[in-house]
Design a protein around this ligand. Structure first.
Ligand code: PLP
Length: 418
């Protein structure tokens, strides 16, 4: 979070005061630091410097803004995409199709076709029928789909249930005990070049143990596949590394993760694929908001801000914590609840939290909002779609416009028979 720092009593992003952005762009608004994105991208890459053959595919669902993608493409990152829309973004940002991994449990035949036509580098197959359809579509086009089979290793990643993906009851991947037989059937199909296997066990992981356990299960599968005569050249290790949202959070540093990967995968003789999302984006952004009212409460006052659950859904979805800080703190503190204007009790960012004392009209930020923030925004309660700003040094640009409620209204019709 060093790119968000106080200077002369006011919070800045790199060389730009946040108050200036609020004055010129309005609020709420996401503000991203280009330097932080670059720093996180390099730190993750450096952590894996001991891995001889690798490809880094940024999981763009974490923050798919096209300017962010352009910046990460310049850092040598490809993309992990989970929909045709994300694929279009990655291509529009200039990421080569060969550097794109197409993941997702519900890719439609139309999306698979678009991926084949674009020349996507790797399809992650989530069920046997998808592989059969992909092979047929590829063969019909006279092309070969490069693919890996996503397996579900049945490990508990020890994270929030809604972002855990590697337990056997989760919807993702094929059961690891059925993977070898399925691999044999799929790899016999013309149109499909099945090169290896993939996993992704969850997000916001603090502990390396479940990742290591999952990787070891994958290695056992790779050995089994090789002894059955398959050529295995790729293993996709997914994403999931956690970040600090609170001052006392102690996520695994990327360097420790890299050391584990290097130790566990030594001698695998494959190209390793990585799909980091949150670890690149989360602490590269804040949600800048203005206090509308401070409403007296029965126990604690409610600080009502102009950002809401439609702008930042994580607290409502996962009970997630985002640090809240005044842009111009007085030094005084208060205990308060923080809520948005949306008509849902779930539109509450914090209860009984000790925060900087704020009053109506003050600016504040929710920290660590660069991942799974703007990308999950909606227009619920007919609110505008939240804009995004990218700061780079002492300049900034609006990289996503605020889409007014009136613009969204203009896309609706009343049928003439009403
Ligand atoms: C979401 C996702 C990621 C990224 O997860 P992070 O926790 O943000 O690193 C990587 N791979 C797949 C398949 C995903 O669905």
């Amino acid at each position: 979070m060093t790119q968000f720092h106080y200077y002369n009593g006011s919070l800045w992003c790199e060389g730009v005061p946040l108050s200036r952005i609020a004055d010129e762009v309005g609020s709420p608004v996401y503000v991203y630091s280009a330097a932080a994105f670059r720093d996180h991208a390099r730190t993750f890459r450096d952590a894996l410097s001991g891995v001889p053959r690798k490809h880094l595919a940024y999981a763009i669902k974490a923050n798919p803004n096209i300017a962010v993608l352009r910046l990460l493409a310049a850092e040598g990152y490809g993309a992990d995409v989970v929909s045709g829309g994300e694929m279009a973004r990655a291509l529009a940002a200039g990421m080569p199709a060969a550097d794109i991994v197409f993941s997702g449990v519900g890719k439609t035949p139309a999306e698979l076709t678009r991926g084949l036509d674009a020349g996507i580098g790797q399809f992650n197959i989530e069920l046997e029928e998808e592989g059969v359809v992909l092979a047929r579509l590829a063969a019909a086009r006279g092309v070969t789909a490069r693919a890996v089979l996503r397996v579900n290793p049945d490990v508990d990643a020890g994270t929030h249930a809604k972002i855990s993906t590697g337990r056997k009851e989760n919807k993702f991947g094929v059961p690891i005990d059925q993977a070898a037989a399925m691999f044999a059937r799929l790899s016999a199909l013309p149109g499909l070049d099945l090169q290896g296997v993939a996993i992704h066990i969850g997000s916001q992981l603090f502990d390396l143990a479940p990742l290591e356990a999952a990787y070891l299960r994958v290695k056992a599968l790779v050995d089994e596949l090789r002894s059955a005569g398959h050529r295995i050249t790729r293993v996709d290790l997914g994403g999931g590394l956690g970040v600090a949202y609170k001052a006392d959070d102690r996520p695994t540093p990327p360097a420790d993760y890299g050391a584990m990967v290097e130790r566990v995968t030594r001698g695998w003789d494959v190209e390793l694929m990585f799909e980091p999302g949150r670890v690149i984006a989360a602490n590269a952004g804040v949600l800048l908001t203005r206090v509308i009212w401070v409403k007296p409460g029965v126990v604690n006052p409610y600080v009502i801000v102009d950002a809401a659950m439609n702008d930042l859904a994580r607290p409502a979805l996962y009970d997630a914590w985002h640090d809240f800080a005044a842009v111009q703190p007085s030094g005084e503190r208060m205990t308060a609840n923080i809520a948005g204007p949306v008509c849902e009790t779930g539109d509450t960012f914090a209860m009984a939290r000790e925060i900087d004392r704020v009053a109506s009209g003050d600016l504040a930020v929710f920290h660590s909002a660069g991942a799974y923030g703007a990308t999950m925004a909606s227009t619920y309660n007919s609110r505008a779609l939240v804009p995004e700003v990218l700061v780079d040094g002492d300049r900034y640009a609006v990289v996503a416009d605020r889409i007014a409620a009136e613009t969204i209204l203009a896309a609706e019709r009343v049928p003439e028979w009403l």
